[in-house]
Design a protein around this ligand. Sequence first.
Ligand code: ZN
Length: 256
Amino acid sequence: MRALVVSDIHGNLHALEAVLGVAQDHAGGGFDQVWNLGDVVGYGARPNEVIDLLRPMATIHVRGNHDRVCCGLTSSQGFNPVAAQAAAWTRLHLRPDNREWLRAVPMGPIRASDRAMCAHGSPLHEDQYIASMRDAWTPLQRMETEITFFGHTHVQGGFSQRAHDWAEDRPVYAEPRGNTTEYVTQAVPPGSRHLINPGAVGQPRDGDWRAAFAIYDDVLEEVTFFRTPYDVAAAQAAIREAQLPERLALRLSTGS
Ligand code: ZN
């Protein structure tokens, strides 16, 4: 089984379409399932189109903090002003059926396969950021499966443990920020524990503007991280046309 793992699409239809194209055509065998780690909406200008595409395709949907706020389950208290403005715009523009669907998306962690769970922030709390080994230590000990896929930080990579060995795993690409699709494979053998972030499809914050995703192969016991270029100018034009904050358009060019 090969699962395409996507997170933090954030209403960026152009990035999602590029990811699906690459995952189907170039990823050495396509994928059998899609696992969505949340934040499908908020920030980007195409929330309905993203949901329409992803909703029937994914077998696992986990809600993210922006999903929760954009469908009205919780307020935007705690969001910075730009995030709050985007959430208000999204709430106004979501079609009623998509809004209802979002409201019903479950909180993580959700069991996805024998060895893997899916979460938004952390397997212990949906809003927790796992940005360092210090953040990763307790979840790695406590999670119920050997592997948890998570998102929320918009930074691709993860943390792993085998007995007393701990490692931070950041995929290293030959041409970071380049205009090509690249991938890096990491083994996830039985007996080791892994927190794995596929990166953000729609708003990367790790300095590489390319859309990020991962494919998990449970037969080969490996995860492949991908970065792929997409039409950033078109995503930015949509944000400007929607009169969303300019910062949301600008940051897509730099991945910051
Ligand atoms: Zn997010």
